[in-house]
Design a protein around this ligand. Structure first.
Ligand SMILES: Nc1ncnc2c1ncn2[C@@H]1O[C@H](COP(=O)(O)OP(=O)(O)OP(=O)(O)O)[C@@H](O)[C@H]1O
Length: 261
């Protein structure tokens, strides 16, 4: 399902945090938001998963304005894995993931065999099935993150909104989770700090700076030495990954000299 953000602005306590945001994610596309700390990436995501109402503009999923739909309808379509909540709850891991099924169930309906099957499959996919009966709050940071991703999968969404999904994950799971996201074919809007992961897994990127979009395009088009210097304040040598053939950045501080450029 297509996501479109039209001329969105967000103000908090009468301060404008982001403005003039125009962004589209085509069905099945993985689009990354990249930008320095505080540039507004999470704020944009919050307008999509209905945490923060835009002060101007609108957000559309397919033909529908997400802020006009009921929270339940939105939750059936959009699953978010975000940083804001520590989720330090004593529910079991299985219960946490099963909660992803809630938007699909009647108000007093119990769990069907199908709900359990979806829950089990999601837990297996992130290799957390062995921990199904553990209290969630006893897991490590990376294990928690994988369970939250399983919960999003159990929601069977049309749109995935991921705020730093590789946070806390070791390198194996960083690649595993992003490969998983890519294999799902679900429309995905994701924030990524690691620009090499963004280059490897996103179809297109939007670069944010001080609350506005300053560049948009494929990783090759936007992760250029010019933008990396101007926006991220780092030098870069751009290479090709020998195995994936995606671009790969060798980054170094502005203060270092580089003989090739
Ligand atoms: N509720 C709020 N009240 C005041 N300021 C806020 C609020 N939420 C966000 N901001 C400010 O808005 C700006 C953008 O924040 P946001 O979290 O969207 O940035 P980000 O690009 O996701 O940053 P990071 O890379 O550090 O996670 C920051 O300066 C932040 O301090």
């Amino acid at each position: 399902m297509k996501l479109t953000i039209h001329h969105v602005a967000v103000s908090v306590s009468s301060r404008q945090i982001v403005s003039n945001i125009d962004l589209a994610v085509q069905p099945g596309e993985i689009v990354g938001l990249v930008g320095p700390n505080g540039s507004g990436k999470s704020t944009i995501l919050r307008t999509v998963y209905r945490m923060l109402r835009p002060s101007a503009g609108f957000v559309q999923l397919g033909d529908d304005d997400v802020w006009q739909m009921s929270p339940r309808t939105s939750a059936r379509q959009t699953a978010a894995v975000v940083q804001e909540s520590t989720h330090d709850v004593a529910f079991t891991v299985a219960k946490m993931v099963q909660m992803g099924r809630t938007p699909h169930k009647g108000f007093f309906a119990g769990d069907t065999d199908h709900d359990w099957q979806v829950t089990t499959t999601a837990l297996a996919r992130v290799q957390m099935l062995d921990c199904a009966n553990r209290p969630f709050n006893t897991l490590s940071g990376g294990e928690k993150q994988r369970v939250l991703i399983a919960r999003a999968l159990a929601q069977e969404p049309q749109l995935l909104v991921l705020d730093e999904p590789t946070n806390h994950l070791d390198i194996h799971y960083q690649l595993d989770i992003l490969e998983l996201v890519r294999s799902l074919g679900i429309t995905t809007l994701v924030t990524v700090h690691d620009l090499n992961l963004a280059a490897a897994y996103c179809d297109r990127l939007y670069v944010l700076s001080a609350g506005t979009i300053v560049a948009e395009g494929t990783p090759e088009q936007v992760l250029t030495p010019h933008w990396l210097r101007d926006i991220f304040l780092v030098n870069a040598v751009i290479q090709r990954h020998p195995v994936t053939n995606r671009i790969q950045l060798a980054l170094f501080p502005l203060s270092h000299r580089h003989e090739g450029g």
